[in-house]
Every structure is written in C-alpha cells, then in structure tokens.
Design a protein around this ligand. Structure first.
Ligand SMILES: [Fe+2]
Length: 389
C-alpha cells in the first residue's frame, strides 16, 4: 500500500522521468516521426497527461472536461500491422503552447484530486507513464543525432576489451515448477499478470550469457541480415547508439527482432526459451546494473559477473525474447477502466519478452511483469539467450 504522500511523490518522479526525455529533443524536432509505426513526438507530450486525465479525472471522478478535443486526440497510441503506416502531417497536430497548457492544467487538477483517486488507478497512471519513458526512448533513439542533445553517460561499456570467444557456458536447469503471474489482492499488477498459476517445466540447459554482437556477426557473415541497430559505414560495423555511433561492441548483447533471434538459435541448433523456462532460469539470478535508466546503451554481457556460475543479466541490459506468443493466463480479466491494455494483443502476432532493458523502470523488474511486441518490430531494446533441450 502506498500512502497518499508516497503516491504523489511517485507520480511526480514519473513525470520528471518523462519530462527529462522531452527536454533532450531540440526545438523544431517535436513534430518529427522517428519511427514510422508510431505517432509524431508531439503526441507523446500530450498523451501521458491525457491518459491520466481520462482515467483519473474523467472516468473515475467524472470531473467535467475542459478540452474534449485533446482528451480524444491524445488518448491512444498506435500499433499498426506491417505495411499500414499512419499518414498524418505535422500541421494536423496542435501547437506546442496549447499542448503545454493542456499538460499544466491536467496536472494541477489531478494533483488536487489525489486523495480521491483509488490506489490501483494511481499505479496504472504511474506505470503507464514509466512504460512510455521506455518506449519514448526507443523513439528518441531513432531521432537523428543533430535533433537531440546528449546528457552525461551517453555511451557505456565503450572501449572495454571484447570478451574472449571462449567456450560457451551452459547451465543446467533441473525439471521443476515455475510460478507465473500474481495472486489477486496482493501487490499491483497489470491485467495480463493475473492469475498466478504453476507450470511444470522439464529440465533444460540455458546459456549463461545473452547472445553478443560478436556472436551474431558470425551469422551475418554467413549471409543473415544485419540487426537494425548496426550500420556499415565502409570500414566496419558500427553500433547506432542513443547519442552517437561507435565501433560495434562485440561483447554487448545484440539487439534483434524475434524473427532474427529465432533464426539465429535455429542456425546454432538451439532455440529460444519459453516464458516458463525463462522464469525457471531467472529464479535467484542476479539483476544487471544496467536497468532503471542507469545507462542508455548496452554494456558487456559479462559486466555483472560475480564469479558464480549461473545465468547472468536475465533482468537488465536488454529485454529477452521468449518463444511464447502473448496470451492470457487462466482467469484473465481486463481492467474495466482500461479494456484495451492487453486484450487486442492476444492475437498470435505478439511475443512475450521478459527481463528489463537499460531504460526499464525498476517497478517492471517484478518477475510477473510481461512485455510484448510484434516479431518483426526492430526498435525495441530486445536481445535473447538460447536454450537447449
Ligand atoms: Fe499510452
């Protein structure tokens, strides 16, 4: 349970996290669309506050609208199927002063209403905003470098020696039970995290580390397409980092799509773990330091080594793709106040990711949290590790 003071503080921190990202966008670039499948940057400036307003003020407390047009315009993001890109123009969107005014006003009113807002809705508002702090980072990543300013710590892990290509380490995970999901009535979780249930998992072996750029490079040399975050600048591969390009860090995890991860594993005679296998492997595994907005880009897969022989970085330094299509757990019930959070994505066209990326807020490090994306969507800080058996 959060006290009123704590929830107010958590909401304020989430606002600051997201606002800081917008400050990195140079004026004049707010109407750009760095990712074709997503809205223009200006949408997100309005969206996170419109979401809070529609949920807490309008839906829960029936406060009269002061700008219904913006309440609708900024209500929902988009996830178009491949080939169906949005075609709106910058001039279709309102000016920045109007959006900033809407943002200020919604925040002022919501702050006054905080004592009347149920804790569950506050959690939804805070975590929704923190999710956008990550997905907006993906958008910012694709914004051309001159259009954004770099804060400190733009480029971690650079300059370190690449990991020796020694024998791969495989860890035995014995047969056993994985507990997926959350018990109702306990801590906050999103609709798709319920209900808790046990899955019996046969024994398997799992790689100690995520697959690296260096390992994936061998696949590219065999003719596979290069990952989206790489570029060939004529004298070798570079990594397109958040704030600069630099020579491909061979010891960092490779960011790839689900399709690429699946193909690589097959090429190696291995496969991706299922969601339940990930739970088994992650149980008791230490978290990477590269999470909760610590850095912007990946660090070496061995950077968190502590001398023990166990699967490393299952939480942090890049989400991990699983072979499990995103589907409801037994007993799933959509939130009545946010029916479309999960249900539209139970379509067999999205796969579950587990763990955390460098830009994932700490709250999503809970084991029950589930992320999902289309298998060919390349913009996510998503990597993978292989399993055998
Ligand atoms: Fe949203």
């Amino acid at each position: 349970m959060l006290s009123q003071l704590e929830s107010g503080r958590a909401l304020q921190q989430a606002r600051e996290q997201m606002d800081a990202l917008f400050r990195l966008v140079r004026s004049g670039s707010l109407y750009k669309r760095p990712i074709g499948e997503r809205h223009r940057i200006i949408f997100y400036l309005g969206h996170v506050d419109a979401f809070d307003w529609n949920l807490m003020a309008r839906y829960q407390l029936d406060v009269p609208a002061f700008h219904e047009g913006f309440d609708r315009l900024f209500a929902f993001g988009i996830d178009p199927p491949p080939g169906e890109l949005p075609n709106d123009k910058p001039t279709d969107w309102p000016g920045l002063p109007e959006v900033e005014h809407y943002q200020r006003r919604t925040r002022e009113i919501i702050d006054q209403l905080l004592p009347d807002i149920p804790e569950q809705l506050l959690h939804v508002a805070i975590e929704h905003r923190l999710m956008h702090a990550e997905t907006f980072a993906y958008i910012l990543h694709q914004l051309d470098y001159p259009s954004k300013t770099a804060p400190h710590q733009g480029r971690p892990g650079n300059g370190k020696a690449a990991r020796d290509a020694g024998p791969e380490e495989w860890i035995d995970i014995p047969e056993g039970a994985a507990v997926l999901g959350l018990e109702r009535g306990g801590v906050f979780g999103w609709d798709n995290e319920f209900e808790a249930h046990t899955v019996e998992v046969p024994g398997f072996t799992v790689a100690q580390y995520k697959v690296t750029n260096g390992e994936y490079l061998e696949f590219v040399k065999q003719g596979a397409a290069a990952p989206f975050f790489w570029a060939d600048r004529g004298d070798g591969w570079v990594f397109r980092g958040m704030f600069s390009e630099y020579p491909l860090p061979l010891d960092a995890p490779v960011y790839v799509t689900h399709d690429q991860a699946t193909d690589y594993a097959k090429w190696r005679g291995k496969r991706l773990p299922s969601e339940a296998e990930f739970h088994r492997a992650a149980c008791g595994s230490p978290r990477s330091k590269n999470r909760n907005f610590r850095y912007w880009d990946p660090i070496p897969v061995t950077a968190d080594d502590d001398g023990t022989r166990r699967p490393m970085q299952l939480t942090g330094n890049g989400w991990e793709w699983t072979s499990t299509p995103f589907a409801p757990f037994p007993g799933f019930q959509p939130f009545p106040f946010y029916k479309n959070y999960s249900e539209p994505f139970f379509d067999g066209q999205h796969y579950v990711l587990k763990g955390a990326s460098p830009r994932t807020a700490e709250c999503f490090s809970r084991p029950s949290f589930r992320n999902w994306f289309r298998p060919s969507y390349p913009y996510v800080y998503a990597t993978f590790r292989m399993v055998n058996g």
